[in-house]
Design a protein around this ligand. Structure first.
Ligand code: ADP
Ligand code: MG
Ligand code: ZN
Length: 482
């Protein structure tokens, strides 16, 4: 039995395989649509249900998407690559093999940079290859049967494989987030983890501090949320630590994350693992990616998140936090820049976007590009605040109104009579009423309890329905009470 002082301290090693469904309208090797959520088996044809004698045809857009991703992530694009058959038997795989890439993938190498807790980290990629998705076995609600839905069979996937460079569960989640952001910028994958458009297998092992050799790994399959990536890895690291500390051995195996129990469970060990008998796909010609093609695709790559964040910081003097948030999504970043281009102050725009706008979009489940509130609306609102027509408090209600109705700030302010009261004579009268109505607070204020200012301003706001100019009210209060 080991005691506490005998325990080794271990270093965690993580490598991820991300499966990203490509945003093509048709499948990898046939013309069937890829729409999510259709009636089972309505999006199938002889090719994707594996009828004998049919021939696959490569989806050109899927190839271009993969090359685009490879170029964006700094991979080497192989001039010559080919598909392979990965053989195994499972009811969701009607051909008895999956067409994938094996010894000659289309992209090799590459990397992403992460910033985790203030530290810059480079995570290298091993490769990116193309493959087709399998169908889906449905066990729930099928009694003693299982159903098979082949709508997803043959949908184009990119598999992005990282080197074992990741050191913590938090880094793993940050890595997936970064990949997802890039894929969405490139518009090659919608990144929707709930619908399974992006899922990941997490490989993890431990080794004693200072040891170079990698330990035996386990692989947690098909994780479909950022939260679960962290949770599953945390659990698995604890489990492996316990096994090793108790003098046990880690067995190489595939495990599944059990969401309800919050644990990983053994699915199959390496001994039961498949021998996939990979061999080159005889029905498809090798892929030739020539220089012209790669250059043409390179030109389509937009400014990527890392560059955009840096530019937002230098060009608009935004704090890194703001730049990070605004550049996380292409449409959000464009919305920000459009508003600024209309003349609004960048930090004002950022504050409104990170605050009210994102809150309302989240609440209502609306994408920014679909919102009726456009950059011109926000620009108009910011103008009304800075020229003193309305105060910031009123502006928030105007914002919500614009968001719900698509009316301009001027329209809302006019219709609802929200123009700020800055007239000193009028405000003085209200302040005087508040003072007479609150003799106790007035006495306490005069005795030195100046923090009561907030109380008086609040009372004035109540009486003016929030329309009083707070700066003017403060001045008047100081004058009349001081
Ligand atoms: P397999 O043949 O089991 O699929 P691969 O060598 O293809 O393993 O690697 C799959 C993933 O696992 C890669 O992301 C790789 O970085 C990662 N990986 C490989 N070995 C280890 C290890 N010992 N610990 C953690 N991750 C690993
Ligand atoms: Mg593998
Ligand atoms: Zn088909």
């Amino acid at each position: 039995m080991k005691t506490g002082s005998d325990y080794e301290t271990y270093e965690t090693v993580i490598g991820l395989e991300i499966h990203a469904q490509m945003k093509t309208s048709s499948k990898m090797f046939c013309g069937c649509p890829t729409t999510f959520g259709e009636e089972p088996n309505t999006q199938t044809c002889p090719v994707c249900i594996g009828m004998p004698g049919v021939l696959p045809v490569i989806n050109k857009l899927a190839l271009e998407f993969t090359i685009k991703t490879g170029v964006a992530l700094g991979c080497k694009i192989s001039p010559f690559s080919r598909f392979a058959r990965k053989n195994y038997f499972y009811p969701d795989l009607p051909k008895g093999y999956q067409i994938s890439q094996y010894e000659l993938p289309i992209c090799e190498g590459g990397f992403v940079m992460l910033n985790v807790d203030g530290a810059e980290r480079r995570i290298n990629l091993t490769r990116i290859h193309m493959e087709e998705d399998a169908g889906k076995n449905i066990h729930e609600g099928a009694g003693s049967f299982s159903y098979v839905d082949l709508n997803r069979a043959g949908v184009p996937l990119m598999e992005i494989v990282s080197e074992p460079d990741i050191k913590t569960p938090k880094e793993a989640a940050a890595y997936v987030r970064k990949i997802r952001t890039v894929l969405r910028y490139l518009d090659v994958c919608d990144g929707n983890m709930d619908e399974g458009s992006l899922r990941c297998d997490a490989n993890v092992s431990l080794r004693p501090q200072g040891v170079k050799e990698l330990g035996v790994k386990t692989e947690i399959k098909n994780i479909n949320s950022f939260k679960f990536i962290e949770k599953a890895l945390e659990y698995e690291i604890q489990r492996q630590t316990r096994v090793l500390n108790e003098g046990g051995r880690i067995i190489q195996e595939t495990r599944l994350w059990n969401t309800t129990a919050g644990i990983t469970e053994s699915m199959r060990s390496k001994e039961e693992a498949h021998d996939y008998r990979y061999f080159p796909e005889p029905d498809l010609v090798p892929l030739i990616a020539d220089k012209d093609m790669i250059e043409r695709i390179r030109k389509q790559i937009p400014e990527l998140p890392d560059e955009k964040i840096q530019r937002f910081i230098s060009e608009y003097k935004l704090p890194a936090y703001d730049a990070d948030l605004l550049a996380a999504e292409r449409h959000t970043a464009a919305w920000f820049e459009e508003t600024v281009s209309l003349g609004a102050n960048p930090k004002d725009v950022s504050n409104w976007m990170m605050g009210e706008l994102m809150r309302l979009l989240n609440e209502k489940g609306i994408a920014i590009e679909a919102s009726v509130l456009r950059p011109a609306h926000l620009n108009g609102l910011i103008k009304l605040v800075s020229d003193g027509t309305i105060n910031l408090k009123t502006a928030k209600t105007v914002f919500e109104d614009m968001f719900n109705t698509g009316k301009t700030a001027e329209e809302v302010v006019k219709e609802k009579g929200l123009v700020q009261i800055s007239d000193v004579g009028e405000l003085e009268k209200t302040v005087e009423v508040v003072i007479t109505e609150n003799p106790n607070e007035t006495a306490r204020y005069k005795a030195g309890e100046t923090k009561l200012t907030g109380f008086f301003v609040g009372e004035v706001m109540k009486k003016t329905k929030g329309k009083a100019n707070p700066k003017a009210v403060n001045e008047i209060l100081r004058r009349l009470l001081g």
